[in-house]
Write a protein that binds this ligand. Structure first.
Ligand SMILES: NC(=O)c1ccc[n+]([C@@H]2O[C@H](COP(=O)([O-])OP(=O)(O)OC[C@H]3O[C@@H](n4cnc5c(N)ncnc54)[C@H](OP(=O)(O)O)[C@@H]3O)[C@@H](O)[C@H]2O)c1
Length: 252
């Protein structure tokens, strides 16, 4: 993708990976708009980054997403990129139905349906632009699932498949599709403990490697940092069972 001169919407831009990407793109001179459910959080990030815009949007609200996209295009007619980053990750015990189903359905609505709905709402506008980019955020767990989070892992595998397929459909148009595939990173995705978990990649180190790939490999269709390669390429490397065991603590 082109790394400057964009007007970019970053969903979930109030915290974690979304916030760090928003700040990195903002620092490069892009116009950045962040979204999420918590207005106070978005307001604080935008105040810390003068010129950054914000708007609330609940990713689980199907009709709200379309209205939000229409409003956004009206307010920012130069909009030419989206990072579908908002997501949730909750442990699921499938023996605990029906509670389990509530988590599963919320996870699918947030992590899978929302990016599909938002991309559908923005695409006609993007196709009128000389250069546009749809970025998706999957996970290393798309390729080696986590036993404790079956639906989360499934939504991320689905985002991978969706990204591969829409990239092919959009070949020859002005719209590029890039999949960001994070490893385990220090954010509060699964709670406060994750932000200081030494097994997770420090957020600033992760974002710096992501921006380096986006800058120096403009044709890259997947952003896979070194730390995520064992998961991303486990099937190709022929050691899926071993990596699955390691990810899930199944081997001593
Ligand atoms: N951190 C990791 O280890 C890791 C690894 C692989 C993939 N990822 C992916 O990276 C993305 C960002 O996660 P993160 O680690 O940065 O965690 P995070 O700090 O918890 O960020 C998630 C963001 O999504 C937003 N969000 C959640 N539900 C939403 C909803 N219903 N409507 C609108 N926004 C919603 C949250 O904002 P509000 O609460 O204000 O709505 C929040 O800003 C996710 O897609 C995650 O799956 C993370």
């Amino acid at each position: 993708m082109q790394i400057t001169g964009n007007t970019i919407l970053i969903t979930g831009g109030g915290s974690g990976i979304g916030r760090a990407l928003a700040q990195a793109f903002h620092a490069l001179g892009n116009k950045v708009i962040i979204s999420g459910r918590r207005a106070d959080v978005l307001k604080e990030v935008s105040a810390a980054n003068p010129g950054m815009a914000w708007a609330t949007m609940d990713a689980t609200d199907a009709e709200g997403i379309k209205a939000f996209a229409d409003r956004l295009i009206a307010d920012h007619p130069d909009l030419n990129a989206v990072i579908n980053n908002a997501g949730i990750m909750k442990n699921e015990d499938i023996k605990a139905a029906p509670t389990y189903l509530d988590i599963a359905e919320e996870t699918i609505a947030t992590n899978l349906l929302a990016p599909i709905r938002l991309t559908a709402a923005l695409l006609p506008h993007f196709l009128t632009k000389p250069k546009a980019t749809v970025l998706t955020v999957s996970s290393g767990l798309a390729f080696v699932p986590m036993v404790a989070t079956p639906t989360y892992s499934a939504t991320k595998s689905a985002i991978h498949a969706y990204s591969v397929a829409i990239r092919e459909q959009l070949k020859g148009t002005s719209v590029d599709v890039i999949e960001i595939i994070p490893p385990y990173v220090q954010t509060t995705l699964q709670g406060d403990h994750q932000a200081t978990d030494e097994r997770a990649m420090p957020l600033d180190v992760y974002i710096s490697e992501v921006m380096d790939i986006l800058t120096n490999q403009p044709q890259a269709t997947e952003v896979v940092v070194e730390r995520c390669k064992p998961l991303r390429f486990a099937a190709r490397n022929g050691n899926f069972d071993q990596v699955f065991g390691m990810v899930n603590g199944l081997h001593s």
